[in-house]
Design a protein around this ligand. Sequence first.
Ligand SMILES: [Zn+2]
Length: 406
Amino acid sequence: MKKLSILLLVLLGVLTYGFAQETNSSRLSKVVIDPGHGGDKPGAKGRKSLEKDINLSVSLKLGELIKNHLPDVKVVYTRTKDVDVDLIKRSQLANKEKADIFISIHCNAAKNPYANGTETFVMGLAKTQANIEAAKKENADILTEANYAENYDGFDPNSPESNIFFALYQNAYLEQSLSLADKIQKHFTSNTKLFDRGVKQAPYLVLYKTSVPAVLTEIGFISNEKEEKYLNTEKGQYEIAASIFQAIYSYKNKIEGRRMDTPHIADLIPHKVIKDEEEKIRMEKEKEKRKREEEEKLKAEQEKTKDTTSVEGETNEVIYRVQIFVDKNKISSNDSRLKGLDDVWMYFDNKIWKYTSGNFKSFSQANEYRNKLKGKGYKDAFVVIFYKNERITLDKAKEIEQNNNK
Ligand SMILES: [Zn+2]
């Protein structure tokens, strides 16, 4: 009996530990910003970028916005460089600093390349398999941490029961965390074109050990080509950072009972960033226009060559030639590569000029010539077949020849 009551006392102690810590919830004067991953833990990988780099850039922009527009709020980062920091140390920093809020910044990834949007998590039991998987991916980082079993109370991220592990967990800051998460999603949605996946709960270890109001925000999918591109632009990163900043600002208003207008997004993004983005879009349009013009020019040239090179005219014969090399440019007939070759003929295909030699009535004749050319150093020579100046396959050639012989 005595044993049981001690156990109950201990349990009660564990469950209320979080509540006892809740002392400074009526002000917001310190924020811990946690750029996810770092160093040899890159997080999710995109086509051109790594999650850890985007997380850091957005985090630094958020910190800069807080310093400039909320000077009474102190900013502490878990990392400011490309280094790996154990998840346990990130939580411990927030606790040690007695931060008022903790914000972990991450990018999402999925096998489905069209998965998109933003979502913000608070610590809790995941309700869907997708959310369990999401947390699992982020939690896997602890596997290389020393003493991870000890630091996370025996938690094993690989265990199928990893979600159940947190069944007894009580989030002492659930309400505040949810309020902040809600505001972040709301501002993402009004400032960006990113889809709103909502506020969710999942057992993220970096939140589990943080005993202050804490959220983990996934700012978009690095596995989605369009979102990866957006997340790598200065403007995109500022829009995300400014959205989180506005959420912090209005959260501060709420808990401190302030009546301050949340700064407008246009006043949070540096003018130069917007101007540079506009210039980039203008340049891209210009480049596209030039590309279109170039393509039209090449097409016209191709049409012209079709007329001038069809020396044989439109015959019903299949013609066998030997392709010897290709060149981006139309070369001169004096070019050394054409020296001593008979019946040189070129055609334009796939945006390049392809040069051939010989003019035969059968594959075997052409192939014999090909072997001769190989001996002369045209190592890549091979037989190509034409009918009415269009390249055709050997099967098609046989079919035409059969019909011609009827
Ligand atoms: Zn991550």
